[in-house]
Design a protein around this ligand. Structure first.
Ligand code: XBP
Ligand code: MG
Length: 270
């Protein structure tokens, strides 16, 4: 049984990208009087770049949009991203972004069974605070006492740094934990940190493959809406519970005892 579940946030806990982050970016562009607009498809392409500031920078290079001349591009991007984050906080605090099916159920089961809960995310701590605060109130850090987020690390997913930071704060070894992710950048980060990863693909990443995952599913499932996907080369339809996760981990270790994962390239932040 894993001693901790390490949850990604965007796309995993909730479908925050299309109607949350993307809308916030566009509101910030309008507030800055930029003639920029990220439609759903363009955002899907840009989402392959982890990190909002990095995404803006990539967009400027790749799409060469009309941009005012700034002496300091990084300072402009930082100001624009701060404006985006303010809009995102408003969206989350206003609409209470719903948790994906099965997320609240699995969190409650982990709490009841004394399994630690942690967050490892590319987004900012304030965005996590708004999302989890909307669901659990201000006491959410009692439920997720470990948070590794955003600019706390120098290299974002798919680099394993954010997972190495979460593991260090948990005080657990990689093979004592299971990560839950929605994207290939996220599953690659967890895998590189030596953490078994369960993938619940989000809407933007429905078609991505994850060779090393414990299972690749369309969600965590509820009793009246089972998750579907595949695990260990077999199809799966059901509800993801701690017992199911434990069974997948045991099956993996039975198949290849040496597969007790060691982090490759996992680095603690300096
Ligand atoms: C997904 C990301 C983040 C969000 C936007 O994070 O790549 O950049 O898209 O948030 P996760 P910021 O690791 O939770 O899937 O603008 O705050 O970066
Ligand atoms: Mg994600």
């Amino acid at each position: 049984m894993p001693k901790a579940l390490i949850f990604d946030v965007d796309g995993t806990l909730a479908e925050t990208e299309r109607d949350g982050h993307r809308v916030a970016f566009n509101r910030a562009f309008a507030e800055f009087s930029l003639d920029w607009y990220w439609d759903v498809d363009t955002y899907g392409e840009l989402l392959l770049v982890s990190g909002g500031k990095e995404r803006i920078s990539h967009f400027m290079r790749a799409h060469n949009p009309p941009t005012p001349r700034f002496a300091d591009n990084d300072a402009f991007i930082a100001r624009l991203h701060a404006c985006k984050t303010a809009h995102y906080l408003g969206i989350v605090r206003g609409n209470e972004m719903p948790a994906r099916p099965g997320v609240l159920r699995l969190v409650e089961q982990a709490r009841a069974r004394g399994v630690h809960l942690a967050i490892a995310t590319t987004t900012s701590p304030e965005n996590v605070d708004a999302l989890l605060g909307a669901w659990y109130g201000p006491q959410w850090p009692m439920i997720f006492p470990v948070l590794a987020a955003g600019d706390e690390v120098r290299r974002k997913k798919p680099d394993p740094e954010v997972y190495a930071l979460a593991l260090a704060r948990l005080g657990l070894a990689a093979d004592e934990c299971v990560a839950i992710e929605d994207s290939s950048a996220g599953s690659a980060a967890a895998d590189a940190a030596g953490v078994d990863v369960l993938v619940t693909r989000s809407e933007y990443f429905r078609d991505q493959e994850h060779a090393g995952a414990l299972a690749v599913l369309d969600g965590l499932g509820e009793s009246d809406a089972p998750a579907r996907g595949h695990a260990d080369g077999a199809s799966f339809s059901g509800v993801v519970t701690l017992e199911q996760i434990d069974a997948w981990q045991r099956a993996r270790r039975a198949r290849s005892p040496s597969a007790a994962k060691m982090p490759d390239g996992a680095r603690l932040p300096a």
